[in-house]
Design a protein around this ligand. Structure first.
Ligand code: ADP
Ligand code: MG
Length: 701
């Protein structure tokens, strides 16, 4: 209860573990500070003496914060972050030590990265890669180490990580968006930044039950588990009262994130029992990506302190809503405009509609790439599974904006929902609702008043890949518009004509109805011809189509070799995940489930025999034992079949055909085995069942 009197002011500790702009201003000589601020671009070389001065200040600051080590922190293609820690320590004379950290060590790190997936890139080019400081994302201290955000590249320049392409895509988007702003007479903006606020969903369960389940420990999801009698059908959890233990966790989590400069803002319960969400305030996309990685890591760490476990898997529980990550995306110029805000004069409205049409065209033309950016073995359980957006990408813009677009297409005045008329480009258009009344939660790509929300991402995904793709496709469409209009002598007239054409050609991507319905699936695929890439092996080859290669090479975001490498890494990852899951199932059946069912059956038989000996009827025992015996046989048979199928996979060539094999053969067999084990669970006493049940997992916190 001492909490009540404690002076508690977030402003006192927010960002206290971050080597922020404020810290740099205080600690760096003025010319050094200015030089660092100028280094906005990755790879823009810092003069050695500048780097040396920054490194020195960083080290002194980090040591004051208790750091003994430093690490170049990067995001390899696998999606999680990687780090290798070196102590500042260096031997000095007479057995003493010196704490040192040079400019060279700050700027560039040798990553003996041969064990990171490279999709063949490093072997084709050069054996080693290096990490390079990304001065646009702040260094921070965590667990006794100074963390330096870095990009990871091979010595010949191929990217081996997720940060480099993201930064490149932000650059190209900025260049192309500025061309559009210039067409509208804007001479003040010199940079356009993409902004992202990723909403993060997660499950919290009791650590002791987590530890008791091999499937959760090894794969992050339950591979077995009968449905609980109560799921989410009462819808009493969403925005519900937060339990004390969870609330304590959330408070602690917020504090840890705030210390690291992460703007954690919103927290609430989600739809499924034991499911929650955290949303930060949006920020520059590169920083949002770094912060989201940190958030996921800290979520797990803090949970353990509270005797909890945080599950970030997309589908920890069958039959219960999975977890996603909503990527709220917009663009803003450094003269203070959100380019997806309709604005309050006719000129702004027209500019907004130009950006909007570019996005409509981009999403329509590159829907497959967006779909691909959310493809993973875990997310395959969500997309298209009647709870998350379907695997088909479409856009929602709402009724009011739809009306504006329709009017623009035919060159007529717009009549608003409250019956007023507006001439586009002449009058100020009405506000488009930002509140939840006009929300469509079933759309994968929804306009929400001043930003787009991409809802396909899985909870465990990095947001980098998605945003690299969104930025690049929007840059492409903006460049096409600028190419066409830069020589125009009647800008407004030509622009309206061009926008009308874009709407006619690309409105098939807009769908304001229920994205979960069967009618939509039918219409999207058969009438509108939108791609329906149901699984990861369907989606991944879209990376390396000629159209995709041309797009990314045009803007130097990825080379063809880099795209090939990424596809290879992701396909391999997919097969590996399914392989591990299958092996875990086999292990659990043999070591835990079968033995448990066998001894339970014996217990029943023993009871039956004792009853018989006493002349009491043992019909129930007999029936139950026979039933369990049949189920046992089934489990035994299906496990053997799964084993055989997994072994057969070893002979396959890595890549697409192997991924398809895992999906069609191994995964199908896993489901068959699961069904029979789950049926068995419902026929075995809770005491005899070797795994904590769904009800225990979902309702015990
Ligand atoms: P909801 O759950 O209703 O969709 P939340 O408040 O949970 O809304 O999340 C909305 C997210 O969108 C927040 O992270 C917020 O910071 C972010 N956001 C708001 N404006 C922008 C913007 N201009 N660019 C990017 N993200 C934004
Ligand atoms: Mg939310």
């Amino acid at each position: 209860m001492s909490e009540i009197n404690k002076e508690y002011n977030v402003a006192d500790f927010f960002g206290c573990n971050v080597f922020s702009d404020k810290v740099m201003r205080e600690r760096l000589p003025r010319d050094v500070y200015r030089a660092v601020r100028k280094t906005k671009k990755l790879g823009c070389p810092l003069a050695p003496e500048i780097a040396g001065a920054v490194a020195h200040a960083m080290k002194e600051w980090a040591i004051e914060k208790g750091a003994t080590h430093y690490t170049h922190w990067f995001q390899p293609m696998t999606g999680v972050t990687a780090e290798k820690h070196d102590a500042f320590l260096n031997p000095a004379e007479r057995g003493g030590i010196l704490l040192e950290f040079s400019g060279k060590e700050l700027v560039k790190g040798e990553a003996d990265a041969s064990s990171f997936p490279s999709g063949g890139l490093r072997s084709t080019f050069e054996a080693r890669g290096y990490t390079a400081w990304d001065p646009t994302s702040n260094a921070f201290v965590k667990d006794g180490s100074l963390y330096i955000p870095t990009a990871f590249t091979s010595y010949t320049g191929e990217t081996l990580d997720k940060k480099t392409p993201l930064l490149r895509s932000m650059e190209v988007l900025s260049e192309q968006a500025l061309r559009i702003l210039r067409l509208f007479g804007n001479t003040s903006a010199t940079r356009v930044t993409t902004t992202v606020g990723p909403e993060q969903e997660y499950f919290l369960i009791d650590k002791k039950y987590y530890d008791a389940r091999e499937d959760l420990v090894i794969t992050g999801r339950t591979l077995f588990g009968a449905k609980p009698p109560k799921g989410q059908e009462l819808e009493d959890h969403y925005y519900g009262n937060i339990k004390q233990r969870v609330s304590d966790y959330m408070k602690d989590l917020d504090e840890e994130l705030w210390k690291l400069g992460v703007y954690a803002k919103t927290k609430h319960n989600e739809v499924a029992p034991a499911q929650h969400e955290l949303a930060p305030v949006f920020t520059n996309t590169n920083i949002a990506a770094d912060h989201n990685q940190l958030t996921m890591e800290i979520m797990k760490k803090v949970a353990v302190k509270h005797g909890l476990y945080c599950l970030l898997h997309e589908k920890p529980f069958a039959g219960v809503n999975g977890s996603g990550k909503h990527n709220n995306w917009s663009m803003s110029s450094n003269d203070g405009q959100n380019l997806l805000d309709p604005g309050d004069d006719p000129q702004d409205n027209l500019q907004f509609l130009t950006f909007l049409c570019a996005i409509i065209k981009g999403v329509h033309e590159y829907a497959s790439l967006l779909r691909l950016s959310a493809a993973s073995a875990g997310n395959d359980h969500r997309l298209g599974a009647n709870e998350a957006p379907p695997a088909i990408v479409s856009m929602f813009i709402g009724t009011e904006l739809q009306g504006v677009i329709d009017a623009l297409e035919v060159g007529e005045k717009y009549r608003s929902t409250d019956d007023k008329t507006f001439e586009i480009g002449v009058d100020v258009l009405p506000d488009f609702p930002k509140d939840t009344t006009d929300r469509n939660r079933t759309s994968p790509f929804a306009f929400t008043g001043n930003k787009f929300e991409f809802r396909m991402l899985g909870s465990a995904d990095s947001i980098s890949c998605t945003n690299t793709i969104i930025n690049t496709i929007v840059a492409e469409e903006l460049s096409q518009i600028a190419d066409e209009l830069e020589g125009s002598t009647d800008f407004k007239h030509d622009l309206k004509k061009l926008l009308a054409r874009i709407i006619t050609e690309h409105k098939a991507i807009i769908y304001n109805g229920n994205g979960y319905s069967d009618e939509w699936l039918e219409e999207a695929v058969n009438v509108r011809k939108l791609p329906n890439l149901v699984s990861t092996p369907d989606a991944l080859p879209e990376y390396i189509t000629p159209k995709s290669v041309a797009l990314f090479e045009k803007f130097k975001v990825y080379t063809e070799a880099e795209l090939n490498a990424r596809t290879e890494v992701l396909l391999e990852n997919y097969s590996k995940v399914l392989n591990i899951e299958a092996l875990t199932m086999i292990d659990m059946v043999k070591k835990q489930i079968l033995p448990a069912v066998l001894s339970y059956t014996k217990e029943i038989c023993d009871t039956g025999s004792s009853k018989n000996a006493m002349g009491i009827s043992s019909v129930v025992e007999k029936e139950l034992a026979s039933k369990l015996s049949a189920l046992t046989e089934g489990i035994y048979k299906e496990t053997a079949a799964l084993e055989e199928k997994v072994i057969a996979a070893q002979d396959m060539e890595n890549g697409l055909s192997m991924a398809r094999y895992y999906r069609d053969v191994v995964f199908t067999q896993m489901q068959t085995l699961r069904a029979i084990v789950d049926e068995t669970e419902t026929n075995v006493s809770a005491k005899a069942w070797p795994l904590p049940a769904y009800t225990t997992l979902l309702f015990s916190v």
